[in-house]
Ligand binder design. Sequence first.
Ligand code: BMA
Length: 314
Amino acid sequence: MSQDVEYQTAAVLFDRYGDNPIITPDGWPYLVNATFNPGAVEHDDETLLLVRVEDMRGFSHLTIARSKDGRSDWSIDEEPFLQPDPDIGEEQMGIEDPRIVWMEDREEYAITYVSFSSGGPTVSLATTKDFESVEKKGILLPPEHKDAALFPRMIDGRYVMLHRPVVRDQAHIWMSFSSDLKYWGDHRMVLPVRQGWWDCSRVTLGPPPIETNEGWLVLYHGVRETASGNCCRVGLALLDPNEPWKVIRRSSHWVFGPRRAYEQTGDVPGVTFLTGAVSNRRTREVRVYYGAADSTVCLATSNLDAMLEYLGIE
Ligand code: BMA
């Protein structure tokens, strides 16, 4: 693909929903500072968002919002679904940025989230079958880690997780494996930062990987530090279906990033942070839910085939 064509295609790969933001702290049933970075799934014929809610201390918890069409008429629970537990050391400063996956073999949802300990942020796991009761399974890796998601099924008899450790001030996306969801090993770096590029300072996972016939589609964030702060955009990668540590394609351009006023205004201006994706294998539509400026929840739609084609997969 020529540079010009690639640029034009990247610009139209996502359609922002006309009524963004779809969820704001103003409409929340109790006093909060910000509502953003939600995990997303289809459950009981509804779209369910597990929204990160930041309270007026600056600590976060997770509360459910539901909608029939995944776009409008969000109904928000009066009570949090997952709260930081003051007796659990690693959750002392809140829990953040959930990613949700339906685990085929276990017949339950796995929620990976950031748990903020005094020793730094790390990633924890909770499971639920029905979004009524939930079981916390504890931390998966020591700090500093964020932005972990499981693959929805075992590959070669092992669970697979993407996550993002911080190493010498840089952050790359890694993959780890486990036979029991508790002990993780065989760690591999999968998507490193690219020196000099738009994703040169940090890369970190967006929503959980999406399975396609051609491989695992990954939306990731790339950060470049600039004189006026971080510039955070979104790129695409396709991982091998059977050996997912092998990157088949990685977009050279970013395909989504902060542009609209609601993405430029808020607690952290200039952030579009994608944490939830609901895809339909039949219609090929992908609804992506993201935090705008670390303040509100927004929606953009794309298409699985368009993203694969953009990556050069026919
Ligand atoms: C990341 C996380 C997210 C946040 C984003 C942009 O590192 O901390 O929670 O939304 O930065 O500020």
